[in-house]
Design a protein around this ligand. Sequence first.
Ligand SMILES: Nc1ncnc2c1ncn2[C@@H]1O[C@H](COP(=O)(O)OP(=O)(O)OP(=O)(O)O)[C@@H](O)[C@H]1O
Length: 280
Amino acid sequence: MAVSAVGIDDDAPVITVRGLKNSFGDQIVHDGLDLDVRRGEIIGVVGGSGTGKSVLMRSLIGLQKPDAGEVLVLGESTVDREETDMIDLSKRWGVLFQGGALFSTLTVAENVQVPLREFYRSLPRALMDEVAAYKVVMTGLPADAGPKFPAQLSGGMRKRAGLARALALDPELLFLDEPTAGLDPIGAAAFDELIASLQKTLGLTVFLITHDLDTLYAICDRVAVLADKKVIAVGTIDELLALDHPWIQEYFRGPRGRAATATIERNQHEKAAETAGAEN
Ligand SMILES: Nc1ncnc2c1ncn2[C@@H]1O[C@H](COP(=O)(O)OP(=O)(O)OP(=O)(O)O)[C@@H](O)[C@H]1O
């Protein structure tokens, strides 16, 4: 077990879930769900529609009160906590909800400043503007996107603006719910690259819900599979492919899985050819 200079256990999972149970009336969504997320990884969360991926994310960040179970995020429980008691903890994560959910009456810069205004009300205006401008550029938006309204942006730019807002407080942990949904394949690949590069430069841990096989192959270190009200498997794609579960086999080896593998292999060949060309 590694202990850092400040006495924090570097190997301790950033997220630990044990025995999570969630239900809505008679519908049991999770029952005995366990999961560990490691520091610095991008973990992809997959599962059929309605298997409870978003409910899991909401449970982790304290927005969904579970019927039972333990959830530790960054070493602290997020179960049964009052919102006011979670302020310091929730500043340490950023969230991009499904659909992005920007405020349509606020400019991009004002949207990015929402968390700053919420948690650091007394911050001088000039500093807020500076932070927003920095986050806008950091997510690959043109500098002149700041004064624009969401309706004036493309879908891909709106996602980037949502990401800029999620990064406003320099979080350690990023929760992304289907970030590439609705983007064309080129826009989705560019967004994947952005997440991967931000993860590296900022040392983020990323919890990423997706249906996008290309995203899983391109940027996820491990994948957690939700089915039967639990995480039925977690591992690298190769490790998952070795399992005999019908949903996993169909998902990764079905037509879309094969197409994703073919795209990745094609990209790898193209990159290798480019590198060889540059060396000659
Ligand atoms: N607030 C709620 N009230 C009642 N039922 C809910 C609520 N939130 C989620 N559910 C139900 O819980 C189940 C899991 O929902 P969830 O949104 O987590 O699924 P998901 O795996 O993210 O699906 P998708 O891939 O389609 O986004 C669904 O059947 C959904 O209808």
